[in-house]
Ligand binder design. Structure first.
Ligand SMILES: Cc1cc2nc3c(=O)[nH]c(=O)nc-3n(C[C@H](O)[C@H](O)[C@H](O)COP(=O)(O)OP(=O)(O)OC[C@H]3O[C@@H](n4cnc5c(N)ncnc54)[C@H](O)[C@@H]3O)c2cc1C
Length: 382
């Protein structure tokens, strides 16, 4: 295994860092959170940068990418702010890459070029009011009617649905579950938003479907095979959650490290008080922990190695490391950590979600434990 970061990855990180420092400094992101306004202009500039093409096939306007490069990009987007990550990730890293992997050529032609160009977004409609961790129990139904499916049901937590053109929706069809792309403006679709703790620019939505007619040609993969398809996409998404955590932890560390060198108490910079220096050391170790586990899992994806248990481990390790890291960052900044202008409170609000969404850490531990019952080999092998 090669741990060297390529020149291309290093350059991508540096360019993305400069780009977000320019278009989304702390004060701008704070204003987006305060006003809960979707950052349309910044998303357009992200598209101009090329972020909406990343990891997608060239023939539809994309720029193919290995998984570690994807993780570098995810880190920088997450470091910049959750409102950007919550719009970009469901669209590009989840839905578009899902369509690229499982869609027909016609579906790829219909959906991918507009996403690559930044002109169209997607949301992922999995969770329902009564169905969170146990997706197998979901109640949104789609019945076949000639060349169409007719959908009735209710999704919740559908991030970004109000500004997305399409919702990749998991529905019950006959005996199984099916993934289908629903246009947000189709008659019978209604979207409402609910206030939330972080990344307020991209809204948490409730989506209600009432007698919604969708062409059968919008089914991604086989009808009835949606559960397997979504689980395989979630596996990859959990590696990206690790990258989100790395980006947040790195951002918190950079803030705390800079602050501790400037803030003087008892006649010297607080970084020279051992208790603070140890907080910074712990933060640095948490950044490293999150990044190493994430990149190892990304490498497994690139090598096409089995990795369901490993990506669950990555999600748990990285999210808990990042939560610890940001908590220490709050301590380093003292009272100023609570002040919006410093940016640390934003990381604190943003970081916790990674222990919850995309399958809670309890569910990840269940997956790991089930795997260990079957074999200990993967847990022990490099
Ligand atoms: C900001 C935000 C954005 C989100 N974005 C999206 C999105 O875009 N699309 C989407 O589909 N979903 C989205 N979600 C939903 C998210 O994936 C769910 O919140 C998550 O899967 C957990 O489901 P739940 O909240 O219903 O919790 P529940 O499943 O009700 O769980 C509640 C608690 O019980 C625990 N628990 C449940 N079952 C077990 C068990 N068997 N063993 C041990 N513990 C258990 C859980 O770990 C948790 O601690 C989002 C959530 C949030 C908060």
């Amino acid at each position: 295994m090669d741990f060297a970061v390529t020149a291309g990855q290093r350059s991508l990180r540096e360019r993305l860092r400069r780009f977000f420092e320019d278009v989304a400094p702390t004060a701008v992101v704070a204003e987006i959170d305060r006003t809960e306004s979707f950052p349309e202009e910044i998303y357009a500039r992200m598209a101009g940068f090329g972020l909406t093409r990343l990891g997608l096939p060239e023939e539809y306007g994309g720029v193919p990418s290995d998984e570690i490069t994807m993780c570098v990009a995810v880190e920088e987007v997450a470091r910049a702010g959750a409102s950007f990550a919550y719009a970009w990730m469901p669209t590009v890293t989840f839905c578009a890459r899902g369509i690229a992997k499982y869609g027909t050529p016609d579906q790829k032609r219909r959906f991918l070029p507009a996403i690559c160009a930044g002109e169209s977004r997607m949301a992922m409609g999995l969770s329902e009011p009564a169905t969170g961790s146990d997706l197998s129990g979901l109640e949104t139904v789609a019945r076949r009617d000639g060349d169409e499916y007719v959908i009735d049901g209710h999704k919740t937590f559908t991030t970004g649905a109000d500004t997305a053109e399409h919702i990749l929706t998991l529905v019950r069809t006959g005996g199984g579950l099916t993934a289908i792309v629903v246009p947000r403006t189709a008659p019978g679709v209604s979207v409402s938003t609910r206030p939330k703790l972080s990344g307020q620019g991209t809204h948490a939505c409730d989506v209600r479907f009432s007698d919604v007619h969708v062409p059968a040609g919008n089914v991604i993969g086989e009808a009835g095979d949606g559960f397997r398809l979504i689980l395989s996409l979630l596996d990859r998404e959990r590696v990206y959650v690790g990258a989100v955590c790395t980006g947040i932890a790195q951002g918190a560390f950079d803030l705390a490290n800079g602050y501790a060198r400037e803030r003087v108490q008892f006649g010297k910079p607080i970084a020279e008080h051992q208790a603070v220096a140890h907080l910074l050391a712990n933060m640095a170790m948490d950044v490293r922990t999150a990044r190493l586990t994430t990149w190892e899992a990304a490498w497994r994806l690139d090598e096409d190695l089995p990795c369901s248990a490993e990506v669950s481990m990555t999600k748990v390790i990285a999210s808990e490391a990042a939560t610890r890291c940001v908590s220490n960052g709050m301590q380093v900044l003292g009272g100023y950590s609570y002040m919006v202008e410093y940016g640390m409170e934003r990381y604190w609000r943003e970081v916790k979600l990674n222990e919850i969404a995309g399958g809670t850490n309890q569910i990840q531990r269940d997956i790991i434990a089930r795997h260990l019952v079957r074999t200990v080999e993967t847990a022990l092998s490099p």
